[in-house]
Design a binder for this molecule. Sequence first.
Ligand SMILES: [Zn+2]
Length: 297
Amino acid sequence: MAGMIDKVKGMFGNGDKLNNIVFIVFDSCRWDAYKAAHTPNLDRIGLAEQRYSYASWTSPSHYTFLMGMVPHCSPKGVFASNVYRDEFAQWSTRLNLPEVEFGKFVPQLSLPHFLKAAGYWTEGWVSLPVLNPMTSMSQHFDKYELAPSHNDISQIFDKLSFRDDKPSFFFINTGETHYPYILPGETADDLPHISGVHGVFKHLDDFLKNPSEFMEDKKNDEFFSPDQFKAFYDKQVVCVEHLDRVVGKFLERCPKNTYFMVMSDHGELFGEDGYFGHGPIFHEKVFEVFFLEGRRP
Ligand SMILES: [Zn+2]
């Protein structure tokens, strides 16, 4: 690692700086919802591609991100190893480090561990409780916190500060695009509360002790109407457009050598083939995601 650190110092010395990395995950954002949204700010960073998630729900998907992987293109007629190799090689451009020592990724297989060893400040902010700091996700970060709100990326941006002494890696998960698809300040009292894995564990002991008390939840198993599904989809598009504006504002205060990676962790089903949501669902709409990357415009 000493060689890489010398290299890093050398690059800072001649002004050819390593890039800051801002990695943003729009939780549950469908590919087609992203595509339908007007995203002039994100378009300036890079045009979104349709890609595929390695997983159908939040935790395993973020685990792959923290291994340095991003949504794949599902190419045919190639060995998986070649796809991984070509994808990992992109980190050289992302970091602005021509001679990345990829061998240093093993044995941890951890992007934050690798970047910290390369001289980066590593900071994570997550909005979904299933990724909270007590889980293994926080391992290897200098700082890793649960965001103050599950659906307000601007509050996360307010807490980020770029450093003069080292490049930063900011890993952000934001929930505006997650059910119930609400913007900061909005409420969704008319919609049923639907727990993710974190919430189910939290209430499982009480449920098993006295299932009848949870009969109220039965009502929540009544499925949404086609109109409600359409409204969810339309609202997810609105949430993407909101995120575009907030990212656009954040761009103004990012140093020039800031590289963005923006994507979804999985899609969402809005009634297709009888499904709602994501997780224990095998359907193409849950694996279709958007992906874009590029230097600060
Ligand atoms: Zn998710």
